[in-house]
Design a protein around this ligand. Structure first.
Ligand code: KG4
Ligand code: ZN
Length: 352
């Protein structure tokens, strides 16, 4: 089955084609440069950009993969969570194709698509424990199958990615700062006493990252020399001071600890066959290493998407849509977008 995937939930416009188990191609336009001048995603600009870019990306994807729009058999689209205006652009585009071609529409939960993304390249053993760490979410799931997700824990305030990005903003590191903190951290060793390991003195599986973010604000207030100069060009070649690298290493370490200790507790209560790490923050070097060690301790394989499939992309949407379609699950053209903060219903229709 040839399934088109569409992702427009935030600041990446992405389209991909999955044919059965293989990714035929993916075209993505990242709006990061446009939003970084504002220090975060501006929803109105993001939805306008999706509108401008979707059709040209669709045409170039079909050209490159030599697929005719008549060959597409199903359309999977992110229906939430995300920015409402952005989701609506993707949904309208998907519905247009389904209406014109009379093919099934499959609304995809963006978070489940992140977690199932590694399945494109390798077989995932179920039941699995899933840690989803992105700019908007930090969730632990017990996943019985690609169609049964049980939420075990979640962040009570900021997501891990938000904690990275906001700390970066305090230091004048450009948006999205997680990737810079990761790189700067690798140039030093953590001081384990510099920041608290967030929200561990409890018996639940939830997270809280607003405290460590505030700790960074106070640390920078007491050490204003850490703040990068407004005119510095922060790119891949930028070398931070040793002091800044040490702060990034310590901050990164505390977040990685909080994530791995909660996952360890979840594994203790729920025996599984694999551990999945997914979402944009899954690209973080130390978090990958820490979770890999944890998986080894439990004799589990750590399943992670390759780096290009960690951040938002349509390949994961097309792939998860394909799995749903294979099971005969789809939506009608009444499908609604669900913004961030609202639960996403499992409201698929089943074909005979
Ligand atoms: O999943 P994603 O692309 O978008 C959301 O759905 O949120 O995740 C984006 C988040 C941003 O907060 C970004 O700073 C973070 O992922 N991120 C990283 C790294 N690469 C991306 N955080 C830490 N280390 C990284 N290497
Ligand atoms: Zn995402």
């Amino acid at each position: 089955m040839l399934c088109l995937g569409i992702e427009t939930s935030c600041d990446e416009t992405s389209l991909a084609l999955v044919d059965n188990n293989s990714l035929l191609g993916q075209h993505t336009y990242s709006q990061i440069d446009m939003h970084s001048v504002f220090g975060g995603v501006v929803p109105e600009i993001a939805s306008r950009e999706h509108l401008n870019k979707l059709y040209p990306l669709y045409k170039s994807l079909l050209n490159e993969t030599r697929v005719s729009h008549k060959d597409i058999q199903a359309v999977a689209v992110t229906r939430g969570p995300g920015l409402l205006g952005c989701l609506l652009i993707g949904l309208s585009f998907a519905k247009g194709i389904c209406l014109a071609r009379n093919i099934p529409l499959i609304g995809v939960n963006h978070l489940y698509a992140h977690l199932m993304a590694p399945g494109l390249k390798q077989q995932i053993m179920f039941p699995a424990m899933g840690l989803l760490v992105s700019g908007g979410h930090t969730n632990i799931y017990l996943i019985k199958s690609p169609f049964e997700f049980k939420l075990l824990g979640r962040t009570l305030d900021d997501a891990a990615g938000e904690a990275f990005d906001k700390a970066a903003k305090t230091l004048n590191i450009p948006y999205p700062g997680g990737v810079f903190i990761d790189r700067f951290a690798s140039l030093s060793t953590p001081d384990e006493k510099m920041f608290p390991r967030p929200y561990l003195d409890n018996s639940n599986l939830d997270f809280s990252f607003s405290g460590i973010k505030t700790a960074m604000v106070y640390h920078v207030r007491n050490n204003p020399d850490l703040i990068l100069d407004q005119d510095s060009v922060i790119d891949d070649d930028f070398i931070p001071s040793q002091k800044l690298a040490a702060v990034c290493a310590s901050y990164n370490w505390s977040i990685a600890q909080s994530l791995s200790i909660k996952v360890k507790r979840a594994l203790k209560k729920n025996p599984v066959k694999s551990l999945i790490l997914a979402g944009g923050v899954a690209a973080n070097t130390l978090i990958r290493k820490t979770l890999n060690n944890l998986a080894h301790e439990h004799n589990l394989e750590l399943v992670m998407p390759e780096l290009s499939l960690c951040t938002d992309n349509a390949a994961m949407v097309a792939w998860y849509g394909y799995l749903l379609a294979q099971k005969g699950l789809h939506h009608s053209l009444d499908l609604e977008a669900i913004p961030r903060g609202k639960p996403i219903p499992w409201d698929y229709s089943e074909s005979e």
